[in-house]
Design a binder for this molecule. Sequence first.
Ligand SMILES: [Zn+2]
Length: 327
Amino acid sequence: MERKIFEFHCHYLFKMSKQEMLDIFKEEFENTDVKKVCFLSIPQEYSSKGELIINKDQNELGLFLKKSFSPNAYAFAGLVHPKKYYSKEEIKKDFLKQVESYYEQGFDGMKMLEGYPTFIKYTGQGIDSEIYDDFYKFCEEHRFPIVMHVANPDENWNILEADKYAIELGRVYDSTYPSKEEITNQVFNVLKKFPRLTLILAHFGFFSKHYEDAERFMSYQNTYLDTTPGGEQFIHISKELNKWMPFIKKYQDRIVYGSDFYAFIKDENFEISYKRRPTFLKQYFETSSTHTYLGEEFKGINLAKDILEKIYYSNAERLLGSPKKIK
Ligand SMILES: [Zn+2]
């Protein structure tokens, strides 16, 4: 059987020329069986110290990449935020205007990093803030999908449990941050208001220790989970397969493959960098043997071929349809 991957979670944040980026993506896609791809824009983010990082031209670059890999590529735009949250009414209007324009330009959906703990802390805006109401309403009415990053692994709220990478990167949260539970509840507040929203939670929603939340989230009609590691999420799941395997089977039509793909810089670690997460997912889904990921041992869950095919490819294709025309 030919291995076919629809990569739903691809970023393009490393600095390089456009041509270099195209060449690198091409090589990486070929070597990881990626046949279709969804490029996700991140126009701004917050460092662990609260500095606002502006990634210029992310939306524009997303459309450029989509065009370059047409007809096998899709692009999701990101909202560009104001520097200060001066007037909620004005921002609400601006976000609506932005999403209308992205829709018109030929984007296929929206990416939201707004559920990241630092983002919420430093903007003071939860993902259920009224500034997003008209934006969500538009997305719901136009079946314009949103890929959303919500919270982070549970361990990141506990310095004693957090892994060394999280600590190094400053991704450990004290009481000045919203709690994981608070952020997850914000998602449910959004769904209460917009129950037909097409909402894809990245990293399996970081639900691996919150089975009830996962069930509750999937009880909505147009909700999806992507498989982007957080390796720890899948390692937890493999230890509680008696409850998670039935979950995966039940929702096999609404789980999509993603791996946090990037065009990595061509240094001596290039191959390791771009293959790390795809290899982890391959070992995890396709084998029942023991492997290591970032120093941690895990056992593959050996998914049935028909379920795997849906997660790898056809679910995403059905969800997105053909790419929208670029204006
Ligand atoms: Zn990502």
